[in-house]
Design a protein around this ligand. Structure first.
Ligand SMILES: C[C@@H](N)C(=O)N[C@H](C)C(=O)O
Ligand SMILES: [Zn+2]
Length: 213
């Protein structure tokens, strides 16, 4: 997300609604974000993104399901995450100037003005078995590059064979349904945002950041 080409992608917002993914009951929704989110913002996605997630789920091998963890993120929360991570980097690298800090922080957390989660276009998710138990994908969701020694990178070599196979299974289904992965984070997938447009060659993003209501 630190690449200037992402911010340069224009947005032609198609104004699709943000919908609550819990409503249809087809997706398994993890409760870890719920505690801090009274209105359930985290469980929202643009309609077209949810439709593609359900397509992806149908493509998984028998007995596997998607486990949805976080979708929409209000711009103010995105800003808190971004500034918090930049501060963490500043404490480790007190010699870095603001521009370098911003660029380094943007690799793991999007700047609010281009954030795909704040557009309802990105989802953090993993795989679960038929009983709803989370599978091993090599790191916890949201493990930073510093905390995981880089194992959060989708193609990281320092994970086990089972985790690698699970990442491949997840990627095959989501890619076939039209989503793209942010390679710094194996769990982060999106459709219709600026990053998606850059990767797919679309002329514009379909979804830009907005408030929930
Ligand atoms: C904070 C991290 N889980 C995340 O969501 N990163 C992506 C790149 C984002 O902020 O859009
Ligand atoms: Zn994400």
């Amino acid at each position: 997300m630190s690449d200037a080409r992402v911010a340069a992608v224009p947005v032609q917002d198609c104004d699709e609604r943000l919908v609550d993914v819990r409503r249809g009951g087809e997706l398994l929704v993890d409760a870890r974000e719920q505690g801090t989110d009274a209105v359930g913002a985290f469980a929202h996605l643009r309609e077209g993104v949810l439709r593609r997630l359900l397509e992806a789920q149908a493509l998984l091998p028998d007995g596997l399901r998607l486990l949805f963890v976080e979708g929409y993120r209000p711009p103010a929360l995105q800003r808190r995450y971004f500034e918090g991570y930049a501060e963490r980097l500043r404490s480790v690298h007190p010699d870095w100037q603001d521009g370098r800090l911003r660029s380094a922080a943007s690799r793991f957390v999007s700047p609010p003005e281009i954030a795909p989660h704040s557009a309802g276009a990105a989802v953090d998710l993993t795989l679960a078995d038929a009983d709803g138990h989370e599978l091993d994908l090599g790191t916890p969701i949201d493990a930073s590059p510093e905390d995981s020694e880089g194992a959060c990178y989708t193609q990281a070599p320092n994970i086990g064979d089972r985790a690698r196979a699970n990442r491949t299974t997840l990627a095959a289904a989501l890619t076939a349904a039209g989503l793209v992965n942010y390679p710094t984070e194996w769990w982060h997938w999106s459709y219709g945002d600026r990053y998606w447009a850059l990767l797919t060659g679309a002329e514009a993003a379909r979804y830009g950041p907005r408030e929930l209501i």
